[in-house]
Structures are given as structure tokens and as C-alpha cells.
Design a protein around this ligand. Structure first.
Ligand SMILES: [Zn+2]
Ligand SMILES: [Zn+2]
Length: 177
């Protein structure tokens, strides 16, 4: 995936897989990665879809976060700049290596609830057997103590919430709802 043979502090060689030749330039990884991302925007949301991201030689999945030689962790996904201080939620599928999606939702006066479920009617469709048709809804409550409130919609397997505080956007963050 390399187009350049030039290494600089801004463009170090990084290890992406188990191959002997598994070292590539940071810029080259970022270029290939960005070509792999599909971005779909609506009035209230933007979703990023990443197709499989894997070495054709050693079959190892490439990481979504890259650690540079000086120890910095970079997310390969370049998020949109959301307005500073804006309220928004980020949803990410975890535990699947073949593909990934990131869904960012921000409330507006017209639309301030996000339905989750397997149904086509859900805003965020989650195709998993443990998810009911209209599994749960997250409502935004504006005001001084603005917050998102999640309500389980009598789903078959229930909803477990682990993220309770404001959390920075970090790809592959280890907590999930
Ligand atoms: Zn390169
Ligand atoms: Zn490889």
C-alpha cells in the first residue's frame, strides 16, 4: 500500500501486521483507510462504515488505532468537527473485526429521540439476535443539566448500560451499552 519511500517524523514507518514487510508509512495507511470508509450523513446523524481491513498476506486484521514510534495513539478515522459544546452521542459496534460502524447522533428540537432496534423503523438498526425490533429509545432532555436518557422498550433481553458519563470520542473504547 506504499506510494512513497520517504520517512519523516510526521510520516514514520509503523507496524500494521505480522508480515516481515508489515511496516508502512503512516500517511499510506491513512490514505488507504480513508478510501475504505463510507460516510452517510442525514440531518441528525452521520454514520461511518468501514469495510474489512485486513492484510491479504498474513490475514491479520489491521488496527483501527495506530501507535506511532513515539507512543502517540492515533485514530485512523477522522471525525467531523462537531460544534464545541454540542450535545451528541456516539455509537460504535464492538467485538466484530470484519466491519465496523460509528454512528454519531445529535438532537435537534424536531428530532431528539433515537430508536434502537432490529426493525427497519429504528433510527439505528442493529442486526443482532439479542436485539428486539424496537429495543430501546434514547431521549435527549435539554436544559441546564442536559442529558440523554435511555429507556428499554420491554425488550426480550434487556439493556445494560455501562457508559454513564460524558466520554471523549475514542475508537474501540472498551465500554459499551
Ligand atoms: Zn508508504
Ligand atoms: Zn500481513
Amino acid at each position: 500500500m506504499c506510494w512513497e519511500d520517504h520517512v519523516s517524523p510526521d510520516n514514520p514507518l509503523i507496524e500494521v501486521c505480522n508480515c516481515d514487510s508489515g511496516f508502512v508509512h503512516l500517511m499510506c495507511v491513512m490514505r488507504v483507510f480513508s478510501e475504505n470508509v463510507k460516510r452517510v450523513e442525514s440531518e441528525n446523524s452521520v454514520v461511518y462504515l468501514f469495510s474489512s481491513w485486513k492484510c491479504e498476506t498474513c490475514n491479520e486484521f489491521f488496527p483501527f488505532n495506530i501507535t506511532t514510534p513515539d507512543g502517540k495513539v492515533l485514530s485512523l478515522l477522522q471525525y467531523d468537527n462537531l460544534a464545541p459544546g454540542a450535545d451528541y452521542m456516539v455509537w460504535e459496534n464492538v467485538g466484530v473485526q470484519e466491519y465496523k460502524w460509528i454512528y454519531i447522533f445529535w438532537p435537534t428540537p424536531e428530532k431528539h429521540a433515537l430508536w434502537l432496534g432490529r426493525s427497519e423503523e429504528a433510527d439505528l438498526i442493529i442486526n443482532d439476535e439479542s436485539v428486539s425490533e424496537l429495543h430501546a429509545v434514547v431521549r435527549f432532555e435539554p436544559g441546564h443539566f442536559a442529558r440523554f436518557v435511555l429507556l428499554d422498550n420491554q425488550s426480550q433481553f434487556g439493556t445494560l448500560v455501562l457508559v454513564k458519563d460524558r466520554t471523549p470520542i475514542l475508537l474501540s473504547y472498551s465500554k459499551a451499552i
